[in-house]
Design a protein around this ligand. Sequence first.
Ligand code: SF4
Length: 352
Amino acid sequence: MARDVRRVSRPAWPLPDLAAVIARRLEEPRPLAGGEIAEAGTALSIGSAVLRQLTRANSAPGGASAIRGSRIGACARSLAYRLSGTATAGRTLDARARAVFALGDMAEGYVTAALGDGLAQVSGPGALRLRDVRSASGQRGISLSVDVAGETVEIPGHPDGMICRADTGAALALLEVKSAAPYKFDRAAALVGAGVSGWRPDLLPADHPARRRLVRDDVRPGEWFQAQTYLHALNLDYMGVVIVDKSSGACVSWWEPRDPAFMGTLSRHLERAQAHRGADANPALVPRVLADGTALEATVDLHKIRGTPNKGHGRLPWNCVYCPFWRVCWPGSEERVERDWSGRARRWVYTT
Ligand code: SF4
């Protein structure tokens, strides 16, 4: 695994560079600090996480749930479809998707084990331990209560672990480990290298040379909303985020701070999603808006002189391509497979 160690900011407690801890541990294979029992438990944990893609129709930890931390950043209308029990009609989990998830689970379990053991090798003042990581029997569940128009909504989630003081056991930060495709990893690494959170291109200075390249349609990704949900549920100030590139094995990490404005943003987003609940529920009236306020719209790309549609005209954002409701949300739209500059096939959805 390449050493790629970058940090955004340091909390008051001297939390380490997680990517550096992981890289050091991976470069020095040796028995786990907990001995054979720890090794057997880790093997079972990684194995069961991978196997669940093969053995369970709904493999999310904790089972199916209309609203959960990992999808809270999704567009308000997709949340409304889930809340109303609308049958899915869009992206399905095919063989490739399940294989990708299983590989991601494997990479995340491997990196988490390396991090936990790397931290366990250090003792004395400032020593840390990783607790509450996924075991073969499950993952610790948490829940955030949000007031939405006078009603309390519970948002469940499953953090990847808790970083604690070795001496007192006090929790200092949450841990989130994500595996990512190369383009997503490169984006996070570039942002961290530029001194901001790997999920916050909006924090780059307006004149930063990479801003145009790094700011996408959705300014803050769903992972940021998931992280804030967990931080607020457990009242912790920081989350240690590790991203591992599934292709190169490189890791990047940073400390994501809790955002005091998050609860208001979340409440507004859920209000939008729940605006058309009840007997006369009509999710089609809910705006197609992400949690950060970004509207999801079809690309408008017309010939400058003739006004006829160019090749990309009508293409839906990637969020819709991966949404299980795109066929009901955009009636009449169609799937097209196109090849990029390298000849790689890519699926898109177009309005017609
Ligand atoms: S298809 Fe797009 S706009 Fe419609 S619910 Fe899904 S993500 Fe939202």
